[in-house]
Design a binder for this molecule. Structure first.
Ligand SMILES: CC(C)(COP(=O)(O)OP(=O)(O)OC[C@H]1O[C@@H](n2cnc3c(N)ncnc32)[C@H](O)[C@@H]1OP(=O)(O)O)[C@@H](O)C(=O)NCCC(=O)NCCS
Length: 169
């Protein structure tokens, strides 16, 4: 499957909103089906230089751009945490398990390692999200602990793993 990765643009809010509300995605990213496009548009407009967000884009049969995934890295603004960042990622349900998540994560890790020289990148993930955990472990993230009852999912409080990747250099 052909796709490209590019920085997020003003105008991507609608496509990102569709991803964020999609069954097969929203349950695992702390999204909510009522999330409004304006919130996603405002997020893009208000992003500061600490946030680095990419989208994965393919073309539909009409040749129009379709956003099939996005991933972002936010460097912590606090001066004493500026060597650390957090990551979030989601891929369209019809395009999962095709390497898109790997490509987006590699784009963020390149920024973290080689252009910002961060030491630590961290994230949280539901304990049973095996696909995401496999992706993160493949790219050097390790489980550091369990956040008990950390987030709501479908009527239950669920545990999350805290995972982090320490830069190899
Ligand atoms: C998790 C997610 C980001 C992964 O992206 P993706 O494009 O589907 O992942 P990729 O195809 O690049 O790679 C997934 C890896 O996990 C492996 N995998 C797939 N299903 C798996 C499973 N059930 N158990 C273990 N490993 C699995 C794949 O084999 C692949 O590894 P490989 O490249 O060594 O073969 C994506 O599926 C997604 O957005 N899910 C819904 C939202 C979400 O969970 N976001 C993360 C929140 S922390």
């Amino acid at each position: 499957m052909d796709f490209i990765i590019r920085p997020v643009n003003i105008g991507d809010g609608k496509g990102i909103n569709e991803l964020r509300r999609m069954p097969g995605v929203f349950e695992n990213i702390l999204g909510i089906p009522s999330e409004r496009v304006k919130r996603n548009e405002d997020h893009i407009v208000n992003m500061d230089s600490n946030t680095h967000q990419f989208v994965a884009v393919t073309k539909n049969q009409l040749g129009e751009e379709v956003i099939i995934g996005t991933a972002g890295l936010t460097v912590y603004a606090n001066h004493r945490l500026r060597h650390c960042a957090s990551i979030g990622i989601m891929i369209h349900k019809d395009y999962q398990s095709k390497g898109v998540g790997t490509a987006l994560m590699k784009a963020l890790i390149d920024i973290a390692d080689n252009w910002l020289m961060l030491v630590r990148v961290e994230l949280t993930v539901f304990e049973d999200n095996e696909k995401a955990i496999a992706l993160y472990e493949k790219l050097g993230f390790e489980k550091e602990g369990v956040k008990k009852l950390a987030a709501i999912r479908n009527g239950k409080y669920e545990n999350e793993f805290l995972m982090a990747r320490i830069s190899p250099s």
